[in-house]
Design a protein around this ligand. Sequence first.
Ligand code: MD3
Ligand code: FE
Length: 204
Amino acid sequence: SRVTLSPGAIVLRGFALPDAEALHAAIRAVAAQAPLRTMHTPGGGTLSAAMTNCGTLGWVTDKAGYRYTPQDPLSHRPWPPLPALFAQVATSAAQTAGFSGFHPNACLINRYEAGSRMGLHQDKDEKDFTQPIVSVSLGLPIHFLWGGLTRSVSPFSFLLEHGDVVVWGGKARLHYHGVKPLAAGQHPLTGSCRFNLTFRFVAP
Ligand code: MD3
Ligand code: FE
């Protein structure tokens, strides 16, 4: 099904289900080259989701701040290339949601374990906000929080499940969002975790 969450935010329920096993295998292959790791915020906090990247640019945070880098700071090597399947799924989801010509160059992989969460934030490190963001959920379900263009708008919660893809463009691109702590569980494909793939076009 194709549901509009708010103008510009289109939920494609189950869109990635046919590719879920292959996507999971590709995540493992990327993580074998660029391990999932815990990152730190400039303020001294620690993110509870483990992260890695593929594509020409990867999102990182540490004492120096949030940014996109061409190299993995752990290995000083380029991030692994975007698997062909990742690009296909992201481009076809964007097209289905009405955004043709989306060609992401960055994919952030988030791994949530029981208790991992992500506080309300905006994605604004990309510089180019004309392109949508595509997110793919795999594994355990999580309650996603969808706010407004300012922090003062109370978010509402929405369940994101295995195989769901959401395309966030236009007005939705700069909305505050986050996820509630992951509830413990077991998923046949991913075990005790949830993976989220976030595809972006980041201006070089
Ligand atoms: C709405 N990730 O990595 S996915 C992130 O579940 C992030 O891992 C969450 O927020 C996760 O930045 C949420 C859905 C999502 C991703 C990016 C967005 C929603 C978005 C960008 C703009 C608006
Ligand atoms: Fe985000």
